[in-house]
Design a protein around this ligand. Structure first.
Ligand SMILES: Cc1cc2nc3c(=O)[nH]c(=O)nc-3n(C[C@H](O)[C@H](O)[C@H](O)COP(=O)(O)OP(=O)(O)OC[C@H]3O[C@@H](n4cnc5c(N)ncnc54)[C@H](O)[C@@H]3O)c2cc1C
Length: 335
């Protein structure tokens, strides 16, 4: 049986496209170009605006498959899975990737079992094996101590979920493509789960949506010293991040943890203060656009990924830096 094409699962919430959709287009475009095949964005919802669907094409999709019904307005695993399985049967894609979001993490295992396909969850890298064309799915394994690359050589489609914020959203490129809108067949819409409501977690969103993140490591020595880092963060209108060591000591709460077992962030600027740059911390921030580090150890790992490194005692460097930034901002300068 011939399986062809790369699919991404685009997500909408409240009728609006979610950022993960654009990140998956970045991943999907790379894979489709290596496989010399088409990229399709699949989306479920109700009355999704045309401009959102056109944006998926503008950012890289060759085709958008939209399945709509009032019952698909909000994510419910049974109808979403039934509709996805129907599409898989009809179109037979070779690769399907989704975000490792609550939707992707719930839906994809359900679909993979029913489709008898392999699924690698929470990938940080995806690639194509040159000789075989198999999808190479890389994710942290054994408690985050190694990165494992997993293949699904025999079953199709190959399925994976990808960590949100592990890549940048695809840019608009003026592409042209096809939008196929369909109503979901009634028999696919039954659900034993009813939606009771939705309460967003505003705390975690602040960190992941921030343009600037200032993170504290164990170098701050004790919780009482946190205001030194917080002052720098405030001067930059930045969100506060932290390493796991800082969180484990109770100096900062868990929603602020950046890294393998915390949040992945891709801000425009990441300022790493008194943290060493462990592989687990880097996994959550190394795709930031610009990285600045302050550390008193010139050999600290964090300097390897930093664009600008300040070797010095954070308790001397930070107050000066914070003052300079405040003055520059008060004077209307951007430094
Ligand atoms: C399964 C697993 C998952 C993990 N998940 C995460 C995760 O999600 N996020 C995470 O961060 N870690 C995670 N870790 C922990 C990780 O391995 C490291 O232990 C942790 O990141 C180290 O934190 P740190 O950089 O704050 O501390 P350290 O490694 O102790 O670094 C402190 C740094 O501060 C510098 N310093 C000290 N004093 C000063 C000063 N006065 N001025 C300037 N610099 C100073 C030192 O030179 C040093 O580089 C995980 C570990 C495992 C095994």
């Amino acid at each position: 049986m011939k399986y062809e094409g790369v699919w991404i699962l685009a997500e909408q919430s409240g009728g609006r496209l979610q950022r993960i959709s654009h990140e998956l287009l970045t991943r999907g475009s790379e894979l489709a170009s290596k496989r010399r095949t088409d990229l399709t964005a699949v989306i479920f919802g109700n009355n999704i605006p045309d401009e959102d669907l056109e944006e998926l094409i503008d950012r890289g999709a060759d085709r958008v498959l939209v399945t709509e019904a009032p019952q698909l307005e909000h994510f419910l695993v049974e109808p979403y899975a039934a509709c996805m399985l129907r599409l898989l049967e009809e179109f037979k894609p070779e690769i399907v990737i989704a975000g490792a979001t609550s939707t992707g993490r719930t839906l994809m295992p359900y679909v993979a079992v029913k489709a008898r396909a392999g699924l690698t969850a929470d990938c940080t890298e995806l690639d194509i094996e040159p000789d075989t064309g198999n999808l190479l799915q890389t994710r942290p394994a054994i408690g985050g101590n190694i990165l494992a690359t997993i293949k699904t050589p025999t079953h199709r489609p190959q399925m994976a979920t990808v960590r949100p914020r592990s890549t940048h959203p695809a840019a608009r490129c003026g592409k042209k493509g096809q939008i196929i809108r369909r109503s979901a067949p009634k028999e696919l819409l039954a659900s034993r789960i009813q939606r009771a409501g939705f309460i967003p977690n505003t705390d975690t969103h602040t960190l992941q949506d921030a343009d600037v993140v200032v993170s504290a490591g164990r170098g701050i020595k004790k919780a009482e010293n946190l205001p030194v880092v917080q002052a720098l963060a405030d001067s930059l209108d930045a969100a506060l991040g932290a390493t796991r060591d800082v969180v484990d000591r109770g100096w900062v709460s868990y929603p602020h943890q950046v890294g393998l077992s915390g949040k992945t962030v891709t801000p425009g600027l990441y300022v790493a203060v008194g943290l060493s740059g462990s592989i687990q911390h880097l996994a959550g921030m190394q795709t930031s656009e610009h990285i600045i580090a302050v550390n008193n150890d010139p050999d600290a790992q964090i300097f390897r990924v930093s664009e600008l490194g300040i070797v010095g005692d954070l308790f001397e460097v930070l107050p000066v830096l914070t003052d300079k930034i405040r003055q520059a901002r008060a004077g209307g300068k951007k430094e």
